[in-house]
Design a protein around this ligand. Structure first.
Ligand code: NAP
Ligand code: FE
Length: 366
């Protein structure tokens, strides 16, 4: 039995400032990689700038990362990073900037190479990466994965490299500016990571400890999330500081779980739905979670996962998720293409611990 989780993780209020020396130790000049707006609104970008200034570390900001970042944006940031002579990268934001930071760190470290190396397994090294999450969903601050949009193939895919962040600085206060939709969609992403890692061919007792912990945290916050959906407004009006903390912990533990196992069918099926319909990542993954559990409900592992979440049955779980996320209609032709694509995706298919055929998979759409 084995597990590898090399990221140095801190999680507390004021985390970035508290650990500025470890951040500054990563290099001489940082490239701050972030989205267009949110890191300014929630204070995370300001915190990182202040921490670097206080340690006398230079930095340059690239703030053009879009949701579901593309290879084109990564290459644009790479040019900027090379011009600015940076030697480490800090991703600040949701999974999109955090994933982009890893791919950019690889490309800046290899200025003689073109984008083709992203999807070929070479031995190239990346610059050191630190991550500051501002959503509680992807766990990208601890995972080695970086998922990019490939427009040429009209889908998304993880790059071929495993780039482990050196440092993760987690402060749940950044979540307080989230909208209800972002909060819920990202939590469902973390939930999917926990479930897809728990029920996974690569699972062992170590990653299952992470999943069990994360599923129990989800059980504690799940009613609050439904309250947020029912009453609208800003999540910070409904959720306590402790609840925001639990969401961040759930997301990071889920990241640790998939670092060991990777994800499985719901994630694989979600990418085309996000690309073709613009459905946010967590919501797109959530569509397929009930199907993932339903066909093997009698198996002890599935029942154990339901128990950790405090759901009596898959029906109970499905009813909850339907109210939380709402319904998404996937057109027949897209669904057919999606199922065909996943039946050819051996990497995702082999992670599913039970037998799967095209007919069963076809019923995953709700
Ligand atoms: P995201 O795409 O990073 O962000 C979604 C939206 O939320 C953006 O509009 C962003 O605004 C905003 N936002 C971020 N933090 C906020 C805050 N604290 N308050 C208010 N708004 C905030 O969403 P995500 O779900 O975190 O990441 C999804 C990406 O991660 C996908 O590409 C997915 O494939 C990938 N992913 C990676 C892993 C992994 O292991 N590496 C796992 C699962 C998913 P701005 O654009 O202005 O910042
Ligand atoms: Fe995900």
């Amino acid at each position: 039995m084995q597990i590898y989780m090399p990221t140095n993780v801190y999680s507390e209020d004021n985390c970035v400032m508290n650990h500025r020396k470890e951040l500054a130790a990563l290099g001489k000049k940082a490239l701050l990689v972030t989205g267009k707006h949110s890191s300014r609104a929630n204070g995370s970008l300001e915190d990182v700038k202040n921490a670097l200034q206080k340690t006398g570390t230079a930095y340059a900001v690239f703030d053009k990362i879009e949701e579901n970042p593309s290879i084109e944006t990564v290459m644009q940031a790479r040019e900027f990073g090379i011009e600015e002579n940076v030697d480490f990268v800090i991703g600040i934001g949701g999974g999109s900037p955090m994933d982009a930071a890893k791919a950019i760190a690889l490309m800046v470290a290899n200025p003689g190479e073109d984008e083709s190396i992203l999807y070929e397994a070479h031995e190239f090294e990346a610059l050191p990466v630190a991550e500051v999450p501002t959503t509680a969903g992807t766990g990208s601050e601890v995972t080695p994965y970086a998922i990019l949009t490939i427009h040429a193939r009209r889908t998304k895919q993880s790059i071929s490299y495993r780039i482990y962040p050196v440092l993760a600085l987690i402060d749940s206060r950044y979540l307080k500016t989230e909208s209800v939709d972002t909060l819920i969609n990202t939590t469902v992403d973390a939930l999917a990571h926990l479930i897809e890692s728990y029920l996974n061919t690569n699972a062992n007792s170590y990653n299952r400890m992470y999943s069990e912990k994360g599923l129990r945290l989800f059980a504690k916050v799940k009613d609050d999330l439904l309250q947020c959906r029912r009453f609208g407004g800003e999540p910070k009006q409904t959720l306590s500081d402790e609840a925001f903390d639990m969401l961040m912990q759930m997301s990071a533990t889920a990241g640790m779980a998939i670092t060991h196992t990777s994800t499985s069918l719901p994630h694989g099926l979600s990418y085309a739905v996000t690309y073709e319909m613009g459905v946010p990542h967590g919501k797109a993954v959530g569509i397929f979670l009930p199907g993932f559990l339903a066909y093997y409900e009698e198996k002890e592992d599935v029942r154990a996962a339901l128990r950790q979440m405090c759901f009596a049955s898959v029906d109970d779980f499905t009813g909850y998720l339907d109210e939380l996320l709402g319904k998404v209609e996937i057109a027949d032709d897209l669904w057919k293409k999606d199922v065909e694509m996943i039946m050819e995706n051996q990497a995702k298919l082999k992670n599913y611990p039970f037998t799967m055929d095209e007919g069963t998979l076809y019923k995953f759409r709700r």
